[in-house]
Design a binder for this molecule. Structure first.
Ligand code: F6R
Length: 241
């Protein structure tokens, strides 16, 4: 695993956006795997700025998002559909037809998982996958114990994940109990992975990750088996290593 230590969150976002921008310029038809949560927000801001300064063109880019809450309408303010529009898609010239996010309101959720995995096969797998990491080591919404060979599936969210995400909702109770997530096997099919971690809250997870011991109880540890992963971490998240 390559490791880039950024001075702070701003630096981490600038470094990540620069890597993504270079890839998009090199391959205008690139397939990007995208994440939500707080960590990639700065990166998305930088990409929007580069687009506004006419340094980037997303017209032929496709994207595959990692996950979506079950039971939230795509128009719900906390859905990942709205998140992606608000923070990225509405501000760049990506074609909405080329953006894919699981449907958490599908009538048949198992069928939706199968359909999404088929989309990943047809459109992707991602040339470049952006990942955040949970304090418990989750990637996507693959919680501890998820088999490393899993594909898109329904997941019961860990209480700690719901607590961590409650900041986006009015209350903890409002945070959905379940989500659809790309599996660990789906994620590992990406050609290249950028894993981002910022802040002291992530320091213990990064320390465990860098020990390099693979353990299904710590999903991110599987990344040491992928040939092209770069961890971009700020000093706060790197401090305990
Ligand atoms: C989001 C996702 C999650 C987050 C992780 C970290 O699509 O898949 O794995 O990346 O929960 O979240 P933040 O960045 O909010 O700390």
């Amino acid at each position: 695993m390559n490791v880039i230590v950024a001075a702070d969150y701003e630096d981490l976002s600038a470094i990540t956006a620069k890597i993504i921008a270079e890839k998009v310029r090199k391959n205008p038809r690139i397939v990007l795997g995208l994440a939500t949560g707080s960590t990639p927000l700065g990166t998305y801001n930088e990409l929007v700025e580069a687009y506004q300064q006419k340094q980037l063109d997303f017209s032929q880019v496709s994207s595959l998002n990692l996950d979506e809450y079950i039971g939230l309408d795509p128009d719900h303010p906390q859905s990942y559909h709205v998140f992606m529009k608000k923070h990225l898609f509405n501000h760049i010239n990506i074609d909405e037809k080329n953006t894919f996010i699981p449907d958490g309101l599908a009538a048949n959720l198992h069928e939706e998982c199968r359909r999404y995995e088929e989309i990943i096969s047809q459109i992707g797998p991602p040339d470049l996958q952006l990942l955040g990491i949970g304090e418990n080591g989750h990637i996507g919404f693959n919680e501890p114990g998820t088999p490393f060979n899993s594909f898109t599936h329904i997941v019961d969210l860990a209480a700690s994940t719901r607590e961590a995400n409650a900041r986006f909702f009015h209350s903890f109770e409002e945070v959905p109990n379940q989500a659809i997530t790309m599996g660990i096997g789906s994620i590992l099919r990406s050609s290249e992975i950028l894993l981002l971690a910022s802040g002291k809250r992530k320091a213990a997870a990064i320390k465990r990750l860098l020990k390099g011991e693979t353990d299904e109880q710590f999903p991110a540890s599987v990344l040491s088996e992928h040939p092209n992963v770069t961890l971009i971490v700020d000093e706060d998240a790197y401090q305990e290593t």
